[in-house]
Design a protein around this ligand. Structure first.
Ligand code: ZN
Ligand code: ZN
Length: 351
């Protein structure tokens, strides 16, 4: 049998994607080959795209893509069958360390925030993907390809809600208008929040959120009376606040909005290695600051159930579905400040 080739959206330099014919990798032990159905375009792709390289050294071509699903074309020695629809979890956890043993795979000692498919190895912006079967999960028929490619932001929002310990009737503030912020609002409402508000700097991305109609109120980051407005609207401060931006001014807004004794869950990845914040306010008001990253392996499976069971339909957040050739365009729109895009999905095999 001759070598099989496929199209891949190769990262060839800073802000440069080139569609190339590349060999389909061989299926090794414990691996499966899938024909990629859909792959979500993520904010973290933008960082690699800007720098022109992945998070590891690559001998040959590198292509990104870590939010994906597909149809099994070669099950290797796994329990999957040809034709099975699967969604991949991009976290390359080791399964052996103390964190993995405790069911905290998002904190795996080997992963440490960086060991993901499409970052340290080739991803799914290609017609086929070959990778370890233990990261693949069967998809029920009730979860569409597009919905499955939105598992990544949804699982982040789901894990953050669980980390927050949110209770019925809590008042919730979300700082950030991106897809994770919007999904956080929807999950918080559906988990029983009595009042859900968004804090945002601009209205460019809130158009979709307003159409969907989950948020009770929007607060403008440029308002000099910000703290007064947030405290008054929430009757003394929000019980739970999510930071889904990753910068000092959004964290400051979270501290302005939270009630004494309340919680701030930090999800945003800061570009700066260090940011400062009003520590004394956190101390004197006994504010709990929590970090939240990705999700556990169990929560990944539960996120599939959330979609399959109809609790949330992530497809409504999709701005546009594009072919592989559209990836460059999607990434350019992703960084255009006036673009109202919320989420792009790439379908390398059409459909
Ligand atoms: Zn992502
Ligand atoms: Zn581990």
């Amino acid at each position: 049998m001759g070598q099989k080739y496929m199209k891949a959206a190769v990262l060839t330099g800073p802000k440069q994607i080139q569609i190339k014919e590349v060999p389909v990798p061989a299926v090794g032990p414990g691996e499966i080959e899938i024909q990629v159905s859909a792959c979500g375009v993520c904010g973290s792709d933008v960082h690699m795209w800007k720098s022109g390289k992945g998070w590891a050294e690559f001998d040959g071509d590198f292509w990104m893509g870590h939010e994906f699903c597909g149809v099994v074309t070669n099950p290797g020695n796994s329990n999957f069958k040809k034709g099975d629809r699967v969604v991949f979890w991009a976290n390359l956890y080791c399964g052996k360390c103390d964190m993995c043993q405790a069911g905290q795979e998002q904190l795996c000692r080997e992963v440490n925030g960086t060991n993901y498919i499409g970052f340290v190895c080739n991803g799914a912006y290609a017609e086929y993907y070959v990778g370890r079967a233990s990261n693949a999960y069967l998809l029920p028929d009730t979860v569409s390809d597009t919905a499955a490619s939105l598992m990544d932001p949804l699982m982040v929002a789901y894990h953050a809600i669980r980390r927050s310990g949110m209770k019925l009737h809590d008042k919730v503030l979300v700082a950030g208008s991106g897809i994770i912020g919007q999904m956080l609002g929807e999950l918080a409402k559906k988990a029983g929040a009595s009042y859900v508000a968004m804090y945002k700097i601009s209205d460019v991305k809130t158009q979709r959120a307003r159409e969907i109609g989950i948020f009770d109120e929007y607060f403008d980051g440029n308002d000099p009376q910000r703290e007064k407005g947030l405290k008054e609207a929430s009757g003394g401060g929000f019980d739970i606040v999510f930071e889904a931006v990753g910068d000092a001014s959004a964290l400051a807004a979270c501290i302005d909005g939270v009630r004494p004794g309340g919680k701030i869950v930090m999800i945003g990845n800061s570009v700066e290695p260090e940011i400062s914040f009003a520590m004394n306010r956190a101390v004197l008001q006994e504010i709990t600051l929590l970090g939240s990253v990705s999700c556990t392996r169990k929560e990944f499976e539960e996120t599939i159930d959330l979609i399959a069971g109809g609790l949330i339909d992530p497809e409504k957040y999709v701005t546009e579905v594009l072919p592989l050739e559209g990836l460059q365009h999607a990434l350019e729109r992703q960084i255009a400040p006036e673009d109202p895009m919320v989420k792009f999905v790439v379908k390398p095999n059409g459909g």
